[in-house]
Design a protein around this ligand. Structure first.
Ligand SMILES: [Fe+2]
Ligand SMILES: [Fe+2]
Ligand SMILES: [Fe+2]
Length: 428
């Protein structure tokens, strides 16, 4: 990972920044966009992470933290709930002030980020972001860690109490919300953080800034700051893998689905003869292809019988959601399309864009083939996983009806065993 201030970049500098070959993706822009995927877990109640980041930043400013720590806190706010994939768990965390199973999402979030160097500094604050201050202060942890995690805890609990009042009557609730925080001083929250919160939350602007229209501008301003930290293609893949785990953890049936689609898609790219860089990009797109599924309620993904038309209408939004998240990351425009086209067909009968046969490039066709293959090889609530011969038979029918690329399906047939392994070996 390389950092630079924006400006003119010489050719030598460009090489040292890892920008040669045209890959130029900014970590901050990527984190901001991917955090939108986490917000989808709230279904219709979105922007929790953004409001937590916003409040944490303003409190940190009041506490006199330096600019870098304030910016880091904002990103920590955006990602603090990366351990929540299920809409049911999200609801419990919103409905219950002190949910007895809350620690699990802290542990999951910590484990997801701890080995990814650019974001590893968030792992421990996430681990303790539901620990009461009265316990935290006994734990012999570094004071800075206690401050970060307890501040996120404080503003997180404020948001779960106040979210329903934004865009409506939040100004009528200010006293109640501040009294709530004060009542948890010493027990849930560090008194110095409570004092900072009481200070910043005493004005109307603090609360009104969290209305969706204003929050979106705030995020845009944050994103336009003149600091860029480029990630390598390898780091993008690592980050994509983290998000693929968040998506796949949504249902017991899709565990490692995206990883399997990526393994098979990369392999198909290789035997088709694409360059190693193109195969890596296909792998990243495949890891991210189902991001938008975070917005599908758990009941639909886990439904034991066939889906009705209402369920379908909800499911069929997911690849568009994937596109909307990824297209906003400068440098990932192609990857966004490849990922979002995974339910398109060669004859334009898929969803959501209905591209023409020519617009459906080889990369998107590969991911569409890999997605179907992997899904057939996995258990689903309404059927068991299928053996290779049956998968190939079904894929042949998809070729006949113009759904899948016949040349790619032939490649799959010629390398059936290996394809099966690529798509599933991580499951076994
Ligand atoms: Fe949260
Ligand atoms: Fe999908
Ligand atoms: Fe998929």
């Amino acid at each position: 990972m390389k950092t630079k201030n924006t400006g003119v970049v010489s050719m030598n500098e460009e090489k040292s920044l890892g920008l040669e070959g045209g890959f130029q993706v900014d970590l901050r822009q990527t984190v901001y966009a991917l955090s939108d995927a986490l917000d989808l877990v709230g279904i219709d109640e979105v922007h929790h992470g953004k409001r937590v980041g916003y409040m944490a930043m303003l409190c940190a400013d009041k506490l006199g933290l330096d600019v870098k720590s304030i910016n880091d806190l904002f990103e920590l706010g955006l990602l603090h709930d990366c351990g929540v994939s299920s809409s049911r768990d999200h609801q419990q965390l919103v409905d219950k002030l002190d949910w007895s199973e809350a620690q699990e999402h802290c542990r999951v979030g910590h484990d997801l980020l701890k080995n990814f160097a650019p974001l590893a500094h968030m792992a421990e604050p996430i681990l303790y972001h539901h620990t009461h201050w009265e316990d935290l202060k006994q734990m012999d942890l570094p004071p800075e860690l206690c401050l970060l995690s307890n501040l996120i805890y404080l503003v997180d609990r404020v948001d779960t109490q106040s979210a329903v009042h934004h865009e409506k009557d939040v100004l009528l609730k200010i006293n109640d919300l501040r009294e709530f925080v004060y009542s948890k001083r010493e027990s849930f929250f560090d008194p110095q953080l409570v004092n900072a919160f009481m200070d910043v939350s005493s004005n109307h602007a603090f609360w009104l800034g969290m209305e969706q229209r204003h929050l979106i501008h705030f995020i845009a301003d944050m994103g336009s700051q003149d600091i860029q930290t480029y990630i390598t293609l390898e780091e993008l893949e690592q980050l994509a893998r983290i998000f693929s785990r968040i998506v796949d953890a949504k249902s017991q049936f899709t565990v490692e689905h995206s990883e399997g689609v990526a393994g098979l898609a990369r392999y198909l790219g290789e035997i088709y003869g694409l360059s190693p860089e193109a195969c890596e990009k296909i792998g990243a797109a495949a890891l991210l292809h189902d991001l938008g599924k975070l917005r599908v309620p758990d009941e639909i993904l886990d439904k034991p019988g066939p889906l009705d038309k209402h369920d379908r209408a909800i499911i069929e939004q997911h690849s568009f959601e994937t596109y909307e998240i990824l297209r906003r990351i400068p440098g990932l425009e192609e990857i966004a399309k490849w990922a979002a086209y995974h339910h398109e067909t060669l004859h334009g009968n898929g969803y959501p864009f209905h591209p023409s046969t020519d617009e459906m490039g080889i990369e998107a066709r590969i991911i569409a083939v890999a997605d179907i293959f992997q899904a057939l090889a996995q258990n689903r609530p309404y059927r068991k996983s299928l053996p290779l011969e049956k998968i190939l038979e079904i894929m042949e029918t998809f070729v006949i009806d113009g759904h899948l690329d016949s040349m790619l399906v032939n490649l799959v047939k010629q390398n059936g065993e290996r394809c099966y392994q690529e798509a599933t070996f991580r499951d076994q």
